[in-house]
Design a protein. Structure first.
Length: 137
């Protein structure tokens, strides 16, 4: 088996992280992939995203119109099924980013729905259930 020596210059500059479980000292380095990863951002509950690739069949609202919680705002076809997208809370349609017949990938913002109430993020440590409105049943 041939062994290859890796120079520190080949590895690039890495930050180090020290971990101390059970009084043992471990040292590791951050890889380029880890350092260049996309930073996490708190999801905006006012953005209506596509959760699966599909096609926008119809949009039943217009920009500037007010919708109530549970009201149909669009129909989205994915995996040969018609999915009715309903308003998760009372609000005003601020911007529509898609058109009927348009194909979308997963995670694309389709509609920005400005809420009638303000979302408060203070004192929330990663638990989004405290700030995201109840889903429409």
């Amino acid at each position: 088996m041939k062994k290859t020596k890796i120079n520190k210059e080949d590895m690039g500059v890495y930050e180090t992280l020290q971990i101390f479980p059970d009084a043992r000292k471990y040292k590791t380095t951050f890889t380029k992939k880890y350092k260049n990863r996309k930073a996490w951002q708190r999801p905006d509950p006012q953005e209506i995203l596509s959760v699966i690739p599909g096609v926008v069949t119809s949009i039943t609202v217009k920009e500037g119109s007010h919708v109530n919680k549970g009201e149909q705002i669009m129909v989205y076809e994915a995996m040969k099924m018609q999915n009715i997208i309903r308003a998760p809370f009372d609000g005003t349609v601020e911007k529509i980013f898609v058109k009927p017949g348009e194909k979308t990938a997963k995670g694309v913002v389709m509609i920005y729905l400005k809420s009638d109430i303000e979302f408060v993020y203070e004192g929330v440590d990663g638990d989004l259930s405290a700030i995201v409105p109840d889903p429409v049943v």
